[in-house]
Design a protein around this ligand. Structure first.
Ligand code: DON
Length: 304
């Protein structure tokens, strides 16, 4: 079976399962989303593009954007970024504060909120127009200029962003945030508010399946080694305290967001995006996880 046939069969199967997830209601705007949306799109290194369901509809990618801000900071500063944060799975929820006290304000990895807030601080310190420059970087990955922040989602999250505000101030107290917390958080909330469709998402993440090179113009975004390292982090930390489960059941590098999106990479083969808004108890898309498990099982292809 080829990728297109596998997607069609698995999409049909998962469309029919009972969705046992719940919408992410802690961000008010995310609770207003139509919970029945379901889309998937694959982009392969051999130029296949195929989508089903609501794959052309934009949604809030939330924490998936943490991979993009990390790639940008890594491109600018190289290995120096690891002085400010670790590369170990946290085994805790995405918004947890507990380890920071023992770890002196050094977040375990760049995908928990604490780590993405430190990456936001690094970008602010190194860019003249941080929000515009980040957007330009993201647009350049697939040559798609129709990618934007959502002011509505960012404002909604900001209005209830107490945990992230606590995280940023706590890390600042250890000296691992250099800029004003309000400025860092403003950037972080915008970062999380980016909206993309499954089609655009799988297209722009394809460089991570292509040894760091953007297929649409052959630009080397990250070195081969950096690209391997980002995939390794997605594999080990992309699903927070469900990362082991994702590796065990799916076997791809991946990253989730509380908007119900998941991006997953099979190096040298493909990038695949799934969107279904209801989340499981760990904050990852219920149907999305199920879809990818069935996809790698039926295609008999994974990293392992
Ligand atoms: O900061 C937050 O809580 C959200 N903007 C992002 C969290 C998220 O997407 C976690 N992923 N599963």
């Amino acid at each position: 079976m080829n990728h297109k046939e596998v997607i069609q069969e698995v999409f049909k199967k998962i469309s029919d399962i009972k969705d046992e997830g719940k919408l992410a209601s802690y961000i008010p705007e995310l609770a207003n989303i139509d919970a029945t949306k379901f889309g998937v799109h694959i982009s392969t290194t051999s130029s296949l593009k195929h989508g089903l369901g609501n794959f052309q509809e934009k949604f809030s990618i939330q924490s998936i954007s943490k991979v993009l801000s990390l790639c940008f900071a890594y491109k600018i500063l190289g290995e120096a970024i690891w002085d400010r944060l670790g590369v170990e799975p946290s085994g805790t929820a995405f918004n947890s504060l507990v380890q920071l006290e023992n770890d002196n304000g050094i977040p375990r990895n760049p995908f928990i909120n604490a780590g993405a807030i430190v990456i936001s601080d690094i970008l602010i310190s190194n860019l003249s127009n941080p929000k515009e420059d980040l957007l330009a970087f993201i647009r350049s990955l697939s040559g798609n200029n129709d990618i934007n922040y959502s002011a509505k989602i960012a404002a909604s999250e900001k209005s209830v962003g107490y945990r992230n505000i606590a995280l940023c101030n706590f890390i600042k107290s250890f000296g691992n945030i250099k800029n004003e917390p309000t400025k860092v958080l403003d950037f972080y909330f915008d970062l999380c508010s980016l909206e993309l469709s499954c089609e655009h998402l799988s297209d722009l993440f394809l460089f991570l399946a292509n040894n760091g090179k953007a297929p649409h113009n052959n630009n080397q975004i990250l070195t081969k080694s950096q690209s391997k390292r980002i995939n390794a982090l997605m594999q080990t930390c992309g699903f927070y305290d469900e990362s082991g489960e994702f590796a065990f059941k799916v076997g791809l590098a991946g990253k989730s967001g509380v908007g119900g999106g998941i991006i997953a990479i099979l190096p040298n083969q493909y990038s695949i995006a799934v969107w279904s808004p209801k989340l499981n108890e760990k904050g990852n898309s219920y149907k999305g996880m199920n879809f990818l498990e069935n996809f790698t099982t039926l295609s008999e292809q994974s990293i392992f």
